[in-house]
Design a protein around this ligand. Sequence first.
Ligand code: ASP
Length: 470
Amino acid sequence: MKNRIYIKDLKNNIGKEIVIAGWVDVRRDQGKMVFFDIRDMTGKAQCIALPSRIEAIEMAKEIRPEWVLKITGIVNKRPDKNIKDDVLNGDVELEAVNIEILNKAETSAIDLSTDGYEIGEEHRMKYRYLDLRRGRMQKNIRNRHKVVKFIRDYLDKENFIEIETPILSKSTAEGARDFIVPSRLDKGKFFALPQAPQQHKQLLMASGMEKYFQMAKCMRDEDLRGDRQPEFTQLDMEMSFVEKEEVMNLNENLLIEIVQKLYPEKEIQEIPFPKISHKEAMEKYGNDRPDLRKDKNNKNLLAFCWVIDFPFFEKANKDNNPQAEGEWTFTHNPFSAAQAKFHDDLLNKRNIPNILTNQYDITLNGFEIGGGSIRNHEPEALLAVYDIMGVKKEETEKNLFYMLEAFRSGTPPHGGIAWGFDRLMMILENEPNIREVIAFPKTGEGKDLMMGSPSEISDKQLKELGIKLI
Ligand code: ASP
């Protein structure tokens, strides 16, 4: 819009005629005069329509909350007695000269004047585009962008490059159930949506990329308890020629800088982050994501902690790997390397319950916010992992031939990590669940109430895909 200025810049234009555009917030009709607040993405300002501005006041009497307006007006300093300290534009107001209606709005389906916690979530989700207008949601989504940008800049300086990996991918034995996409061109065959870019990022190490990262969408078709989403975002990372400590230090420094630069009101309880073994965590705290905060009432206290020395294998049950109940399964990641002292045990399938992995998890205030490992880059070791899990060598050679071939073609030692980015944002923004920091989340039942999905597809679409519903 020509000549439009942002509401945050009104104060630099005192005495001038300017143009702003935005949404009507609250409106107070005082008969002779009409006051209303108008907001754009940068903030709010008070507008006043005076009796002397005949056209403007006629319009101002008509407008309603959430209408979209273009306003030409004169920026005036408020009389001293009306000045509000500590509020954006608390010392100025806009005298409306001309009001143009850009779009009217029906009465909002949900109240936008509060922080929204009191509104039923079904309503907030159904009208998510309205819900996102409220100040709290604007802040969450804008801060999320700031953190993403900070991460990208930081990693760029550390010589990482961001590489996109496919969304139409293949079933990858990451542990959860895959979302499946039928192929039309190759009927009866299916893609899987990635549970994580794990194999692609390792293949990028085989490709000589050395330092990869991605803000990656991950999809897992799990039963949704509490705070899970069928799709979520990971900061995904992989590095070549690194030891565990290098990956951990880089991530620790990045987390510290995010907090110090973008959330200076928060206090990190302990730097360097404490490291505890899985065994100690279980014995002392009864879980592997201990909440180490000394004061749990302080919402600005952040207690990070690394958990290391995880067992590589555990017995599968219906929670961790329903497909393999009773067999050995990996605790974290089948692509992890065993710790050096257990390397021979792994190759010889000895001492299985005691083999420790090079896995490291990062926890924050009792939540797991990330995890990663140094990987296997030797074909024999990867085959041994699957063998222990009851998958014969021939089958692994068939299923993971590209990984094994890559490992036989000059793949450097490598390791990485992935952060559950939504969860980190939830904690940084003091929100009770990750849906508050995702623009368009699914409900607890995995539904998109706004668009009404999942939804049926037409018979024609099914036919094209060669699919019959039973
Ligand atoms: N791919 C792993 C995960 O999604 C993380 C990693 O080891 O890099 O949990």
